[in-house]
Design a binder for this molecule. Structure first.
Ligand code: ZN
Ligand code: ZN
Ligand code: FE
Length: 723
C-alpha cells in the first residue's frame, strides 16, 4: 500500500478516566487504522499507522471530537517508520495520570432519565463516560449486571469503560429513611410542606428547604446555628434562575457548566426567595441540579430549594452516613439517602463571572498548569482559614478542594487524609514541603512534623502575590497589593515588590491597635473604636453610636498591650461597625462583605487618605474613618458613606501604586488577598490602575483569599528550587 505512515502521538491533559482510550480505539477502528493506545504518567500515548490521508483524519478528529470530560493540554506527534501492524489494541495500564473531576449529568443521560422506554428511566444514579462521579466516589461493592457489563465492554457505546456504569438492577438504591412510598415524591412533598430534608449529594450531605418559605428557611438557620451566612439556591432550570437573578449568556453558560458550580449573581428586586436566604445581600448564589437525583427532586418539587452544606455552622460537610445521621439528627426532619459511599468530602464550587470564589467540586483534582516546572515534587500546606493544600510535579499543580477552617478537628483530618489520597492518586512523593510562617497554623505544624523533606517557609502575603503570579503565568517582579482579612499576623494592607522567589515590603496601612487582640477579629466595633481613637487623637466625637453602644467594653479592651495590625480587613470592619451594620460577626469577612453590599454603586464621591513615609509608604486609614464619621454625624446616608469609603480606598491604592512605579519602574500590579473577593473594590482598583496605564493581574483559576495560598507557596518553593 503506497503512502503508508506511522505516528507516535502524545496527548497531555485530563485524559484519564474520561473515556479517552475507548474513544481513540473506536476512532482508529472506524478509520481502519492499526496501532495501540495506552496511558502512562505523562498522559495518553498512541501509535497509529495506516494510509497517510486516514492518519491525518485520525489526528484531526483526536482533538475535535474528544470526549466531553477530556481537557487536552497538548498533542505532540512524531513521524516513525511503519511496522506493518495489523490491528489496533488498548494497552491495559494501572499507572495514574490525571484523574477527572466529577461532572454534572450530561444531556444524553437526562434524555434516558426521562424516557419511559429506557431501562434507566427515573433511575437517580444514571451516568456514563461523559458524566457522573469520578473523584468523589467509586462503585466498589456493586457488581455490574449482564446488561451493564455488555455496555461497559461496547467500544461504540457511551458507557465503554465508564467505571460507574450501573442500573436499577445492579446499582445503588435510593431511600427516604423510615418513610414508605417513592423516596423522591415523598421528599418533594415534605419540602413543599416546609420541612428540612437532608439529601445525600455527590460530595456529602446537604440540607434542603423550600427557598420561598421564610418559616422553613428560618427554622433551618436556627437549627444549624447559622445566623446569616448566605445560603445557595438550587433552581430547576435556567428559566427559573431568570426569575430570581440577572442571568445573561455568560451566567447561563456557568450555570449549565459540567462542573455544576454555585454562580453568584445580582438578584432581582422582585425575586421570590425568603428574606433569610441571603440577608442584606444584593446577590444570590444559584445552581442547577448536578446529579440525576437532584434533577428528579427539583422536577418533583417544581420550585427553587435552598441547598446548603449538611453541618452545624463552622463544621465541615458530613459525608459518611452514620456521621451525617448523628450530626444532622436535630436539624433534618427526613433523610433522603442511598448506599453509594462518598469516600471524599467535597462541597460545590462557587464562581462569579470573572473569578472562582471556592474551587472544589468539578474542578478538583484537575491540575493547574504552571508556566515553569518544579525540579522536585512539592507539597504546599496552605494557610488555616479556607484551608487547601497543593501537590506540584513538573509543570502541574494539583490544588485540593476547599477544606474549611483547619482549626476544626474534622477539617484538619480531611486535610491530612486528603494529602495522602492526592499523593496516591497522582503518584507524587514530595521532597520539598512549603508552609506558612505562622507557627500556630495547624498546616504549619503538620509540615514541621514531616521528616525526610526540605522545609520552605513562605511569608503569607508573599504567598498571596505568588499565587496571583502563578495564576497568571507571570514571573514578576510586580507591585503586589495584598488586602487581607483581619487576623493575628499583624499585616494585611500591604504593598510588596515581589517575584516568585522573594519580596520587599514597600508600603502598608498605618498599623492600628487591635483592642482585645483576637477578639477584635470577631467584634468589628473594636476596630471602629481603635480607628476613631487614632483619627481624633483619643478624643472621638460623642455622637457616634458605635462608641456609645460599646462604651463599657471599650475600656476593658483598650490596653497598651494591644497588638497592632495593618490589615485592610480591620479598616473595613471599622467602617462597617460605625455605619451600624454589626458590632459582632458570625463568619469571617462578614462585616466587610455587608459594607460592600450596602454601598450605593452610583455614588461617585470619595474620601481622601494621605500617603506619607520615607521608607515604606504609609497610608492613613484613619483619614478615611474620620471622613466617614463626619459624614455620618452630618446625616449622610450610610449607603453613600459606604460607597465614598470604597472609592477612597480605590483612589489611595491607585495613587500608592503610581508612587511606587516612579521609584521602582515596575508597571504591573498584582491584586490578592481576601478583600479582593469584594467586587466593588476589585473592579474599581483594576479600572483605576488600567486608566493609569498599569497592567493588572487578578486571580481567575484559584481564589483570591487564603484558598489560593497553597498554590502560591508551591510556586515560591519551585522558584527557589530552580535557582
Ligand atoms: Zn452521561
Ligand atoms: Zn446493571
Ligand atoms: Fe490571607
Amino acid at each position: 500500500m503506497s503512502g503508508r505512515v506511522r505516528r507516535d502521538v502524545r496527548v497531555e491533559g485530563v485524559v484519564e478516566g474520561v473515556g479517552f482510550r475507548p474513544f481513540v480505539y473506536s476512532l482508529a477502528i472506524r478509520l481502519g487504522l492499526a496501532g495501540r493506545v495506552g496511558t502512562d504518567i505523562n498522559g495518553v500515548f498512541i501509535e497509529v499507522e495506516g494510509p497517510s490521508a486516514d492518519v491525518d483524519d485520525f489526528l484531526a478528529a483526536l482533538e475535535r471530537d474528544a470526549p466531553r470530560l477530556a481537557e487536552i493540554e497538548r498533542v505532540t506527534t512524531v513521524a516513525t517508520e511503519p511496522r506493518g501492524a495489523a490491528e489496533f489494541t488498548i494497552v491495559e495500564s494501572d499507572v495514574h495520570g490525571f484523574v477527572s473531576p466529577d461532572s454534572a449529568t450530561c444531556d444524553d443521560c437526562l434524555r434516558e432519565l426521562a424516557d419511559p422506554a429506557d431501562r434507566r428511566f427515573g433511575y437517580p444514579f444514571i451516568n456514563c463516560a461523559n458524566c457522573g462521579p469520578r473523584f468523589t466516589s467509586t462503585l466498589t461493592g456493586f457488581d455490574r449486571c449482564e446488561a451493564c457489563a455488555a455496555e461497559y465492554q461496547d467500544s461504540a457505546g457511551r458507557r465503554c469503560h465508564a467505571q460507574a456504569t450501573c442500573c436499577p438492577d445492579c446499582g445503588p438504591r435510593l431511600r427516604l429513611v423510615d418513610q414508605a412510598g417513592d423516596p423522591v415524591t415523598e421528599s418533594a412533598a415534605l419540602l413543599r410542606d416546609g420541612k428540612v430534608v437532608a439529601v445525600k449529594g455527590i460530595g456529602g450531605y446537604h440540607l434542603a428547604v423550600l427557598a420561598s418559605d421564610e418559616k422553613a428557611v428560618g427554622a433551618l438557620r436556627a437549627r444549624k446555628h447559622s445566623a446569616d451566612k448566605p445560603f445557595a439556591v438550587m433552581v430547576p432550570t435556567v428559566d427559573s434562575a431568570r426569575e430570581l437573578c440577572e442571568v445573561d449568556d455568560a451566567a447561563g453558560g456557568l450555570l449549565t457548566d459540567r462542573r455544576g458550580p454555585i454562580v453568584v449573581l445580582p438578584r432581582l428586586l422582585d425575586a421570590t426567595v425568603a428574606p433569610s436566604v441571603a440577608p442584606g445581600n444584593r446577590h444570590l448564589g444559584l445552581m442547577l441540579p448536578d446529579t440525576p437525583l437532584h434533577h428528579l427532586l427539583l422536577a418533583a418539587v417544581g420550585a427553587p430549594i435552598v441547598l446548603t452544606s449538611g453541618n452545624r455552622s463552622g463544621e465541615p460537610i458530613a459525608h459518611v452516613d452514620t456521621e451525617a445521621f448523628a450530626q444532622l439528627a436535630g436539624i433534618a426532619d427526613a433523610f433522603l439517602t442511598h448506599d453509594r459511599p462518598i469516600p471524599v468530602r467535597i462541597e460545590h464550587s462557587v464562581v462569579r463571572k470573572d473569578s472562582v470564589v471556592r474551587r472544589s467540586l468539578g474542578y478538583v483534582p484537575e491540575p493547574i498548569t504552571l508556566r515553569w516546572h518544579s525540579p522536585r515534587p512539592i507539597l504546599a500546606c496552605g494557610a488555616e482559614l479556607n484551608g487547601t493544600f497543593c501537590l506540584a510535579r513538573e509543570r502541574h499543580a494539583f490544588v485540593s478542594q476547599h477544606l474549611g477552617d483547619l482549626a476544626n478537628g474534622d477539617a484538619f483530618k480531611s486535610f491530612v487524609d486528603g494529602i495522602e489520597h492526592f499523593q496516591r492518586l497522582h503518584g507524587i512523593i514530595p521532597a520539598v514541603v512549603a508552609h506558612d510562617l505562622h507557627p500556630g497554623y495547624r498546616s504549619t505544624k503538620h509540615a514541621k512534623e514531616l521528616t525526610g523533606v526540605e522545609l520552605v517557609g513562605v511569608q503569607h502575603h508573599h504567598a498571596h502575590i505568588a499565587s496571583c503570579l502563578a495564576d497568571n503565568g507571570e514571573p514578576g517582579p510586580v507591585i503586589g497589593v495584598v488586602f487581607d482579612g483581619l487576623d493575628d499576623t499583624g499585616w494585611g494592607g500591604e504593598f510588596l515588590v515581589a517575584d516568585l522567589v522573594d519580596f520587599e515590603r514597600v508600603g502598608h496601612l498605618v498599623p492600628i491597635p487591635m483592642p482585645g487582640g483576637a477578639a477584635a477579629a470577631k467584634e468589628p466595633w473594636r476596630m471602629a473604636a481603635a480607628y476613631l481613637d487614632e483619627a481624633y487623637d483619643g478624643d472621638p466625637p460623642k455622637g457616634l453610636d458605635v462608641l456609645n453602644r460599646n462604651d463599657s467594653h471599650w475600656h476593658d479592651g483598650h490596653s497598651p498591650d494591644s497588638p497592632v495590625t495593618s490589615s485592610a480587613g480591620g479598616l473595613f470592619d471599622a467602617v462597617s461597625a460605625m455605619l451600624g451594620l454589626r458590632d459582632t460577626i458570625n463568619y469571617a469577612g462578614q462585616a466587610a462583605m455587608e459594607l460592600e453590599q450596602l454601598a450605593d454603586p452610583h455614588e461617585r464621591g470619595e474620601y481622601l487618605a494621605v500617603i506619607s513615609g520615607n521608607g515604606p509608604l504609609l497610608i492613613s486609614g484613619s483619614d478615611l474613618v474620620r471622613a466617614a464619621a463626619e459624614d455620618l454625624l452630618a446625616g449622610v446616608e450610610p449607603s453613600v458613606i459606604a460607597a465614598r469609603f470604597h472609592n477612597g480606598v480605590i483612589d489611595v491604592i491607585v495613587r500608592c501604586c503610581a508612587e511606587l512605579r516612579d521609584t521602582t519602574e515596575i508597571s504591573t500590579v498584582a491584586l490578592s488577598g481576601d478583600l479582593f473577593q469584594n467586587v466593588l473594590l476589585r473592579h474599581g482598583v483594576a479600572e483605576g490602575l488600567r486608566g493609569n496605564e498599569f497592567r493588572v493581574l487578578t486571580h481567575s483559576r484559584v481564589p483570591t483569599d487564603d484558598g489560593g495560598i497553597s498554590l502560591g507557596q508551591a510556586a515560591v518553593a519551585a522558584a527557589r528550587d530552580r535557582r
